[in-house]
Write a protein that binds this ligand. Structure first.
Ligand code: BES
Ligand code: ZN
Ligand code: ZN
Length: 483
């Protein structure tokens, strides 16, 4: 796909026209009329309206945008997604985008990148292993504007969107073919291709590191032994070292606390947090950001086996704290605390970011459009919130309410991995509080993406299945700590 800025459209192009306070070129009287009507509608309500109309053998997609800062990146993201989705359905491969009708889009980097990510995001189709896959990609996308758009804006948008697509592709991979080892190999390939360092620790090396909690979860996965995947991009000089930790359960059966089939069948997606940080690293490396980013995935399978860990076990951890296992299905947090300890002690990270499909309760708490996030302080949350605005991936902050921590007290261990009562509620909060104990006073932000990891009713910017949520968020979060 070629994405560029040019002076004018060519004969083969289909159009996407942004209309607002600026001058719009006249494509046809019908389009002019539609724009006039939509602008009037906008005076009454809303910030953006879209319409699609075939003119001759072209498809013209119009997005009318309210002038005077009515438009946010997220609103533009949803509108642009709709427009591109229609162009995709029409198999319109060459698109000319008139930006100057809504001049803010060409002037504000966040708005421009929101539009510029869309061709990649919408081109992706989750074909699985269909014998006759539907393959479509936009061939050329031209931005037509009088403003000077820096190549850097187009590049960072493209790298981010491709990072999201990498995350989707990995997270849509089924567990009959994706193991910790193949996930590590994918990371290594991408590291080689895009220029970040990848180190993989096998089971024996993980034992040497003393990651007992991670090992306990992975013990049932005999055919798919655990792997610790570490990716480094250290170009930030004396900037802080940012840990991007992703949950990497390649399949979550629940273990002895076995899931019912309905909640188990999609659990190949339980490494979506890991997929997000891999996607983020590709974008960070390709943008050559002046940051120190270290991505960490404790990858394993949560499976039944004669020797798998069991409810009632008391296990140890890399930090030396003991954990009473009350539910083997609350496995993500158990692997993540060892990844956090590894980040702090072995990689000397100053800032901790983790992203995980941690709790089904997240969707109940915040719905399917936002992740549930927790932060140890307002400053680190500010970085996340800014990243979220730029990536158009919504976050909803919940409290680390320490009264709830009583639910995780164990009479026989330093803590337990889930509450013993079924009526305590606050499942996402408990997951976060369990992990908080291992952060050693470092600034930490936790993104529970179980609410947004997968959509059967695909949003316009994605395809049914994994959304790729978090790759762009992690990229912008790391970028916010540039030197
Ligand atoms: N991987 C699941 C959470 C999940 C649910 C991810 C839906 C994606 C979509 C996680 O390991 C899990 O099973 N959590 C339990 C925690 C409980 C046992 C304390 C849950 O949410 O029920
Ligand atoms: Zn689980
Ligand atoms: Zn899980």
């Amino acid at each position: 796909m070629i994405i560029e800025t040019v002076n004018r459209a060519s004969d083969a192009d289909h159009y996407l026209v942004f209309a607002g306070s600026g001058a719009v070129p006249s494509i046809s009287p019908e389009v002019d009329r539609a724009i006039a009507l939509m602008s009037k509608e906008l005076e009454k309500s809303g910030d953006v309206k879209t319409i699609q109309m075939p003119i001759g053998d072209r498809l013209v997609s119009v997005a009318a945008v309210k002038a005077d800062d009515g438009i946010t990146p997220r609103k533009l993201h949803l509108a642009a997604a709709k427009a591109f989705k229609t162009l995709k359905e029409y198999k319109a491969e060459d698109i000319a985008i008139y930006l100057d009708g809504a001049p803010d889009i060409a002037r504000e980097r966040a708005l421009f990148e929101t539009v510029a990510r869309m061709p990649e995001l919408v081109s992706y189709t989750n074909n699985g292993r269909k014998s006759h896959p539907k393959i479509f990609s936009f061939r050329s996308v031209k931005f037509i504007t009088e403003q000077n758009i820096a190549r850097e804006w187009i590049d960072s948008a493209t790298f981010c969107a491709e990072g999201t697509v990498i995350a989707r592709t990995l997270a849509n991979e089924r567990a009959d073919s994706q193991t910790p080892e193949t996930l590590a190999a994918s990371a290594a390939d991408l590291g080689k291709k895009y220029g970040f360092e990848v180190e993989v620790f096998d089971k024996a090396a993980i034992e040497k590191l003393g990651m007992h909690a991670f090992l306990a979860v992975g013990r049932g996965g005999h055919d798919a032994p655990p792997a610790l995947i570490v990716m480094r991009h250290l170009k930030g000089g004396d900037a802080p070292r940012i840990a991007l930790i992703g949950k990497g359960i390649v399949y979550d059966s629940g273990g002895y606390s076995l899931k019912p089939n309905a909640s188990m069948k999609n659990m190949y997606v339980d490494m979506a947090g890991g997929a997000a940080v891999i996607g983020a690293m590709t974008a960070i490396a390709r943008s050559d950001l002046a940051v120190n980013a270290i991505a960490i995935i404790a990858a394993c399978e949560n499976k039944l086996a004669h020797d798998a860990y069991k409810p009632g076990d008391i296990i140890s951890s890399m930090a030396g704290k003991s954990i009473e296992i009350t539910n083997t299905d609350a496995e993500g947090r158990v692997t993540l605390v060892d990844a956090i300890t590894y980040a702090i002690r072995n990689e000397k990270c100053d800032i901790l970011f983790d992203i995980a499909t941690l709790t089904g309760a997240a969707r109940g708490a915040v719905g399917k459009f936002s992740s549930a996030v927790f932060a140890t302080d307002d400053d680190i949350f500010g970085h996340l919130k800014t990243a979220s605005t730029l990536s158009c991936e919504k976050v909803w902050r919940l409290d680390l309410d320490d009264e709830m921590a009583s639910c995780l007290k164990s009479p026989v261990a330093d803590s337990r991995n889930s509450t013993a009562s079924t009526t305590d509620g606050g499942g996402s909060i408990l997951g976060a509080l369990f992990m908080l104990d291992y952060t050693e006073g470092k600034p930490w932000v936790h993104v529970d993406m179980a609410s947004v990891s997968q959509r059967d009713d695909a949003p316009a910017f994605s395809s049914p299945g994994a959304t790729g949520y978090g790759a762009a968020l992690a990229y912008h979060f790391a970028k916010s700590y540039s030197r």
